[in-house]
Design a protein around this ligand. Sequence first.
Ligand code: UD1
Ligand code: CA
Length: 450
Amino acid sequence: MNTALVILAAGKGTRMNSDLPKVLHPLGGAPLLAHAMRAGASLAPEKTVIVAGHGADLVRAAAQDHDETAQVVEQTEQLGTAHAAGQARGALAGFDGTVVVLFGDTPFVQPETLEAMITAQADHDVVVLGFTAADPGRYGRLVMQGDTLERIVEFKDATPDERAISLCNSGVVACNAGLLFDLINAVGNDNASGEYYLTDIIALARADGRRATVVTCDESETLGINTRAELASAEAAFQGRARAQAFDDGVTMPAPGTVHFAFDTVIGRDTIVEPNVVFGPGVTVETGATIRAFSHLEGCHVARGAIIGPYARLRPGAELSENTRVGNFVEIKNAQIGEGTKVNHLSYIGDATLGARTNIGAGTITCNYDGVLKHHTDIGDDVFIGSNTMLVAPVHIGDRALTGSGSVITSDVDPDALAIARAPQVEKPGMATKLRTILKAKKAKLQRGS
Ligand code: UD1
Ligand code: CA
């Protein structure tokens, strides 16, 4: 059966106390909205519609950054979840499969859970995702009659008996598209909040003799984020899962609690991740690598057997081949580093291509930016760059070439050549002692005068 996703993300998120729309706050390095989109993407939906409202332009940009085919519709006034889902009607015109409604602030729903809902939808008209809450608080309550879901009652509208129900509404609903929009049309707003509740479609469906049921999941999947404190707890839960996954994948981490993962971090088997390492988005580390303490990686690829850090920074576009060495206080951005090449100390390599078995001396800098444009540095195989070399890009260093320490290299260096670009050394015999005598006499005179 074809599916479509509708993700509700128009709410302001007042309790976040933020200029940023709630669904754009990051979890594991990606906006909350992207997590909901990722969960839904496991159903291979034909269409994905995001309902945006507060900060719609920012929400649109983030949604399309995650999935350029996502459609974003605007709900200009937040009149309730049914009204919000109703905004997707136009975007889904002509679609006759199952619509799955998700909330943009609920990042942990698992693919298997959505799969189970789709399975249940095959012989029901409406399927709701429920969970047994340890503390049901203000969640909507699911009123069951055997396996049939009769209605959902919002906390504000519930009787004491209904409030005693611990089976709660997660907000996730699966329903045939045509039926969903017909039911939404019939929803009114005569309730404690004066809102159009999506939850009201259940009673309407039942009154029409439709079949409705519940699929349940663990409460941890339905965790919705409303405050900064909840965001921090969600981050902790996310990091806990990422660490557990890394252990399962065969990664060694002596201090797992100090390692920070992103939603898409991939680390190979037998890689060692030392304490206090941060993975931003877009990092892949192959097997048998070592990421030493206090390193920060984002948007980069580290091949087998490479040793990174301690205190290394790999920025977007850093591509490290097998057995490379990147040592302390080295920053690499948008650069390919060839097999076995070493950049061991205090260097900046940006917008560059380095060949194999090349050695970059301490303090080397690719001067890639002239204040307006970025330029490329190209270094061959088996090159030796002397310590504290400034490579003023664009510049090309041929294979097996060598640069003298402290050189400022402004023109290309041929293969096998030695380039030295610094002031020649001048030596004045006995001058150090003479100079010292003069200076001491000057000091003595000054002290007598005062
Ligand atoms: C909703 C459910 C409740 C459930 C709970 C689970 C309804 C009426 N209630 O309550 O049964 O237990 O979620 O967390 O559905 N939104 C819009 N436009 C609107 C209103 C909401 O886009 O006009 C979006 C919000 O941005 C949010 C989601 O819908 O992502 C849920 O809205 P919210 O107001 O948080 O619903 P709850 O009161 O938590
Ligand atoms: Ca909520």
